[in-house]
Design a protein around this ligand. Structure first.
Ligand SMILES: Cc1cc2nc3c(=O)[nH]c(=O)nc-3n(C[C@H](O)[C@H](O)[C@H](O)COP(=O)(O)OP(=O)(O)OC[C@H]3O[C@@H](n4cnc5c(N)ncnc54)[C@H](O)[C@@H]3O)c2cc1C
Length: 248
């Protein structure tokens, strides 16, 4: 099977994010980047599918040259091929999806794995956009998957239950937590990945449809106060509700 996995480079969730001086982008100083966690499920599912049916797994990302770091991690997890579609400056989801689509048209994958969302900008647009560009079925938020007889049977998490759906291949699957347990790269594979080739591609230039006007960090939540049940504190509670929160 020809398996394509789209991976996004995101700040580690433990990173403290600051807005840059332009007020429109984040300050990238000192940020540690990782593969978006939902994309790791896509890599793992692709590898399992290959181990069962044979074929190749290709990891693709659209981003700056620094994004080779997540491609090396994917290679260390044992994907066969890594591709960087270069984009140095801020790009919108449309640009990214269009470039992933152009690559997919060239290599004709049987299945494309993506994360349910990229945990940085959280636009949740990519799988549907890519499906539209490629005219492929797309199944989102998949937590269980079986591939047989040219069909994908997927279990999706829905409010209060599960939905089972079927789609013919080629199709796009966006991965949800629970789909599998992504493997940790082994030390020898990490070492081998350092010298594996990464295919660099120039982007297909295309219009962008969305412009970021501004970014801000939410203001700090007010810290709660715990009062005791002593008479003095009950008076204090009434005072706070009256004078500070102005509820009574
Ligand atoms: C160089 C660059 C700079 C950017 N700067 C900004 C910025 O300053 N402000 C801003 O708001 N946005 C920025 N973006 C993000 C961009 O606007 C999109 O939000 C982002 O690429 C992901 O799209 P999404 O949020 O719709 O993804 P989602 O739909 O949330 O992601 C779903 C899945 O799509 C796939 N995917 C997402 N992104 C990529 C990718 N780049 N390559 C391969 N697969 C991917 C992954 O599988 C991911 O799990 C930048 C993107 C690039 C490439």
């Amino acid at each position: 099977m020809n398996i394509m996995v789209c991976i996004s480079r995101v700040p580690d969730t433990a990173t403290r994010i600051l807005v840059g001086p332009d007020g429109k982008t984040i300050d990238t100083q000192g940020i540690k980047y990782v593969i978006s966690p939902y994309d790791e499920y896509g890599i793992e599912e692709g590898l399992r599918l290959k181990e069962k049916n044979g074929g190749t797994v290709t990891a693709v990302t659209v981003g700056a040259e620094a994004s080779t770091d997540i491609l090396r991690t994917a290679l260390a997890m044992c994907v066969d091929k890594a591709v960087l579609i270069k984009a140095d400056i801020q790009k919108d989801s449309f640009f990214v999806a269009k470039n992933l689509a152009e690559y997919a048209k060239e290599v004709n994958p049987d299945i494309i794995f993506m994360g349910r969302q990229s945990v940085d900008y959280d636009s949740l647009q990519m799988p549907s956009m890519l499906a539209e560009f490629l005219g492929m079925p797309s199944v989102s938020v998949v937590s269980k998957l079986t591939i047989a007889d040219g069909k994908a049977t997927a279990e999706r998490d829905i409010e209060g239950g599960k939905e089972i759906v079927e789609a013919s291949l080629p199709c796009i699957i966006s991965c949800q937590k629970g789909l599998n347990e992504p493997r940790y790269p082994k030390l020898p594979d990490i070492m081998k990945a350092k010298s594996k080739p990464i295919e660099m591609r120039e982007p297909v230039q295309t219009d962008e449809k969305v412009t970021v006007l501004g970014m801000s960090i939410p203001s700090k939540q007010r810290i709660g106060r715990i009062l005791s049940d002593s008479d003095g504190d009950i008076d204090e509670l009434v005072r706070l509700l009256h004078e500070e929160s102005k509820i009574i």
